[in-house]
Design a protein around this ligand. Structure first.
Ligand code: ATP
Length: 438
């Protein structure tokens, strides 16, 4: 049986909608550019990613502190961080059709839509503005956060005071970020509202190279653990003239998306830029007293950053497969067990036979107690159910038939090979549970 990836963005977006992973934001009103709504399976997939991340980078370590900071922060944060002045993209506008583009992403000097003449380049700040309270003036102006990072820097002192950590240690945060992207595109890849999983790892200046290297390896092992094929992930050293205003060294982890190789994650050495600026701007001392060296200094920071939506997209792209199984062939998502939104689907062979349905429901209840993310499905014929479960990446389907009523055995079908075997429910549980770590 020949498997083909054959993936395109159209196939991914239509599967995501058809099967209830991801819908266009505000769809019944024609959508809202750069926004996406996660449906039931998308939510599960995203939660599975977050839980794996939380386990690897927070729960399984002793040096990490998770925070969940407010999305709207005091505007002084964004002045101190440099975002108010510097978080900009170069914008050009077509004088003929009025469309706007990011100048650094254009090829040629004409409008790519209508070949009209383009305006001079100007800088465009990507932060969404909003007003706090009833007044709408400069004093009440603030922004939705464009990154989760600052929510950690402003809590640095709180963590010192309540937990007294020793260097090196990190703050971690999972949450939304907002960027008024000039040209949102490529489905989840460039949205205006998205989620990040970020770490600010505080270190002594002298150890930055070694810590940077450690985090580089951690990020690669994460990619491997969630099942991104190693040959689709590439490291790119960001050139000195392209570094963000706060960074001394950055590596982008790029992924081979259908539209080309583009940034999935980033790893940046932010020096002491943020804590130093917040110390100056807030007047609060954000230095650290190092018991080991008996010195007081502002720690430096290594920042691994992971976009969740780009992770979802990369996983959908790499898991997408087509093969010739069944009469018409099929589409299936070869998602790793830990990522798949449904682990096991339980079917009665026929839905109009009450004794089969009852047995299937009992078996389902039994399996669900041990394996969360198990579902019951009696919709349509069995072939349709397999096809539906294949498309959402369910690793195992279990069918209850007349033999089950006799001897308790069930049919277990494997997603990737389509192979079916008869086993007992106990065996089934141990087969499935073996996959937990995959
Ligand atoms: P790009 O160059 O693609 O605009 P960036 O270098 O500005 O990205 P960072 O500021 O490093 O991105 O953001 C950290 C992570 O957040 C990125 O690695 C990516 O995974 C995610 N991310 C950034 N912008 C977006 C967006 N518009 N939509 C979805 N995810 C995003």
């Amino acid at each position: 049986m020949q498997e083909k990836n054959n993936v395109t963005m159209d196939k991914i977006t239509s599967l995501a909608k058809r099967r209830g992973f991801i819908y266009r934001g505000s769809e019944i009103y024609g959508g809202l550019a750069g926004t996406w709504d996660y449906g039931p399976l998308g939510v599960r997939l995203k939660e599975n990613i977050k839980n794996l991340w939380r386990k690897k980078f927070i729960e399984d370590r002793d040096d990490m502190y998770e925070v969940d900071a407010a999305l709207i922060m005091n505007p002084k944060v964004w002045q101190a961080s440099g975002h108010a002045a510097g978080f900009t993209d170069p914008l050009v506008e077509c004088k003929k059709c009025g469309k706007r583009f990011r100048a650094d992403q254009l090829r040629g000097e004409k409008c790519p839509e209508c070949k009209g003449v383009l305006s001079e380049e100007r800088t465009f700040n990507m932060m969404f503005q909003t007003y706090i309270g009833a007044a709408k003036d400069d004093a009440s102006l603030t922004y939705l956060r464009p990154e989760t990072a600052q929510g950690m820097f402003v809590n640095f002192k709180n963590i010192l005071d309540t937990f007294h950590p020793k260097l090196p240690f990190g703050l971690a945060q999972i949450g939304k970020a907002f960027r008024n992207e000039i040209a949102p595109r490529d489905f989840l890849f460039r949205a205006r509202e998205f989620e990040q999983m970020e770490i600010e790892y505080f270190i002594r200046e002298g150890e930055w190279k070694e810590q940077f290297e450690k985090w580089r390896e951690e990020m690669l092992s994460w990619c491997q653990e969630i099942g991104l094929p190693a040959n689709m992930v590439h490291e790119k050293e960001v050139e000195a003239n392209e570094l963000a205003h706060y960074s001394k060294r950055t590596i982008d982890f790029e992924f081979d998306f259908p539209f080309g190789r583009s940034e999935l994650y980033g790893l940046a050495y932010r020096t002491d830029f943020d804590l130093r600026n917040h110390t100056e701007a807030s007047g609060v001392d954000l230095s650290f007293y190092d018991e080991e060296s008996k010195e007081r200094f502002i720690p430096h920071v290594i920042e691994p950053t992971f976009g969740i939506d780009r992770t979802v997209l990369a996983l959908l792209v790499s898991a997408y497969n087509e093969d010739s199984l069944g009469e018409e062939g099929r589409v299936f998502l070869k998602l790793p067990y830990a990522i798949a939104p449904v682990k096991v689907a339980v079917f009665p062979l026929l839905k109009n036979k009450p004794e089969l349905v009852k047995k299937a429901k009992d078996t389902f209840d039994n399996i669900r107690k041990k394996i969360p993310q198990t579902v019951f499905d009696d919709n349509g014929n069995i072939g349709k159910r397999y096809r539906r479960q294949d498309e959402i990446g369910t690793p195992f389907c279990v069918t209850i038939d007349f033999d089950t009523l006799e001897d308790g055995s069930v049919t277990l079908r494997d997603r990737d090979t389509g192979e079916q075997k008869r086993i007992s429910v106990e065996e089934l549980l141990s087969v499935v549970q073996k996959h937990k770590s995959v």
